[in-house]
Ligand binder design. Structure first.
Ligand SMILES: Nc1ncnc2c1ncn2[C@@H]1O[C@H](COP(=O)(O)OP(=O)(O)O)[C@@H](O)[C@H]1O
Ligand SMILES: [Mg+2]
Length: 494
């Protein structure tokens, strides 16, 4: 490296330390019961907490290319929020990637492909409003506005099932659970009236095998919004259209619940996180209730968390109503420009965003306190937690359990590099999380560690003297019998 280059880099670094482009410490810091820890700022290493009482609203967007760490960020955030606040969250999971994590975190997973969601259920709404909502969902999904006749016919049919003669009849001769009309009844009315085209538009949602929205509901949305972490897995539904109808319907119900619960005291304690990951279709339409929730959520303490790889899919209103934006790696100039125009940051940050590694983020937080300027600052790798990832090390007759991240940190501390760490992680994944002590010793010796430092490392892990002796006698035996330590290790010598 040329000295002049190093010098200018050094100067730049000093400049940054004198005028750090980071918000004041007191805005970022919070007591662990008030804020969710996210990670540290890049320059001053200030811990960053997400504290809704300091922010202008509780909404969050996470933007970045596939693999940049969006879902990881959301999961880490929700895990911590649920630990400190026992928070409620509804995750609309398009891709079906949240299930294992939600289960680990003690939450509930609803597989929508195995449930029924009767879209005619009122869930506390007036019939008239529910008709409007259903029509609005169909407007978005079927572009119903382009078929004004069919739109009217469907609306009439909805009125008929709610208010008409048939509705009354159903009430009389069915039990309380069966008296609710379903979309199948709507299709029947349309068919009986010879309104074939309208019937056909709706039939895609009622044909056997795809009648997720036409049966009696098997899920209680209201209850789900107060049941801790809940993942509604939509990926088993057969089409994007179905996933969107489910998403839109669930959001409509959530919106109604939000409004019916009324304005919340100004404590800013989030009542419900509504999480949308890769929900492009319903995030880009201004008629969808994503918009209502982001607009009105603040006064009801409802928080929208939205993650997307394509920021231009996100309706402008969403963008302008979000108090915390996490920009992970974005490469495409068009996308970077769009984000930059929406939240604003320097050329320097723009350049960094295109070079980010996994989990690195530029964060824009709008604080409630009036500030001279709004800030976008850099954070190194969002500090994640992967709950319940435990490594086991068999040391003689005992098995030591150690949390993976902790173990990796300990290895870092004794000086292992990234490649060496990966090799050890590999060993653990091959052994389903379990590695023999003597194997670990062999690897560390191979990396050039002397006996005394290996011994102190194993002690630090909690292996007692008796078992240390066992481990090392096994190491000796292996060497005597095999001559070599391990075949896999040889692969690393590239
Ligand atoms: N901050 C982070 N620290 C460590 N690993 C991360 C981090 N962010 C993401 N990863 C890992 O990178 C991979 C991709 O992350 P993911 O959240 O699925 O990306 P995205 O949702 O943006 O496509 C996952 O294996 C995840 O565990
Ligand atoms: Mg993802």
């Amino acid at each position: 490296m040329k000295p002049s280059y190093m010098l200018s880099k050094e100067v730049a670094r000093k400049m940054i330390l004198v005028h750090p482009p980071e918000p004041r410490k007191d805005l970022l810091l919070a007591s662990p019961s008030h804020g969710v820890y996210i990670g540290k700022t890049r320059f001053l290493r200030t811990p960053v907490f997400w504290d809704p009482s300091k922010l202008i609203n509780p909404h969050i967007a996470v933007i970045g290319i596939t693999g940049s760490g969006k879902s990881y960020t959301v999961k880490t955030f929700l895990t911590r929020a649920s630990l400190i606040w026992n928070t409620n969250a509804i995750i609309l999971d398009w891709v079906g990637e949240y299930e294992p994590w939600v289960k680990q975190a003690g939450g509930k997973v609803i597989n929508l492909a195995k449930e029924r969601l009767n879209i005619l259920d009122l869930v506390g709404v007036q019939k008239r409003s529910r008709i409007k909502q259903i029509i609005s969902a169909l407007d978005i999904l079927l572009d119903l506005k382009s078929y004004p006749n069919e739109r009217d016919e469907i609306e009439d049919a909805l009125e008929a099932v709610y208010y008409g003669k048939n509705a009354k009849k159903a009430k009389n001769d069915a039990g309380p659970s069966k008296m609710r009309p379903t979309l199948a009844d709507v299709v029947k009315i349309l068919e009986e009236a010879g309104r074939k085209k309208s019937a056909r538009l709706l039939k895609r949602f009622t044909t056997e095998g795809t009648d997720f929205f036409a049966g009696t509901s098997t899920m209680d949305i209201k209850k789900l919004t107060s049941s801790g972490l809940v993942c509604i897995d939509l990926h088993g539904l057969p089409s994007e259209e179905m996933r969107s109808l489910a998403g839109l319907t669930i959001l409509q119900y959530i919106k109604e619940l939000m409004r019916s619960e009324g304005m919340q005291p100004d404590n800013k304690k989030v009542k419900l996180f509504v999480v949308l990951d890769e929900a492009w279709k319903i995030a880009q339409d201004e008629r969808s209730d994503v918009i209502t929730i982001v607009r009105e959520g603040r006064k009801y303490n409802f928080s929208l968390v939205i993650a997307t790889q394509n920021p231009t899919d996100m309706h402008k209103t969403i963008f302008s109503n979000i108090g915390s934006v996490f920009v992970l790696r974005i490469i495409l100039k068009e996308f970077r420009d769009y984000v930059r125009n929406s939240i604003g940051y320097s050329d320097f940050i723009d350049g960094e965003i295109s070079k980010f590694g996994v989990g690195d983020a530029a964060v824009n937080m709008i604080f409630a306190e009036r500030q001279t300027r709004v800030m976008t600052f850099l954070m190194d790798k969002i500090d994640g937690e992967e709950p319940l990832l435990i490594y086991k090390i068999r040391g003689g007759e005992m098995i030591i359990e150690v949390e993976r991240e902790q173990f990796v940190r300990m290895l870092y501390e004794i000086g292992l590099n990234e490649g060496q760490l990966n090799l050890i992680k590999n060993e653990f994944s091959k052994g389903d999380g379990l590695v023999d002590g003597e194997q670990l010793v062999a690897i560390l010796e191979k990396f050039g560690y002397a006996r005394p430092s290996i011994i102190s490392f194993l002690r630090q892990l909690g292996i007692d003297e008796k078992n240390l002796i066992r481990v090392f006698s096994l190491v000796r035996m292996r060497k005597a019998t095999k001559g070599v330590v391990n075949v896999v290790l040889e692969e690393d010598n590239d």
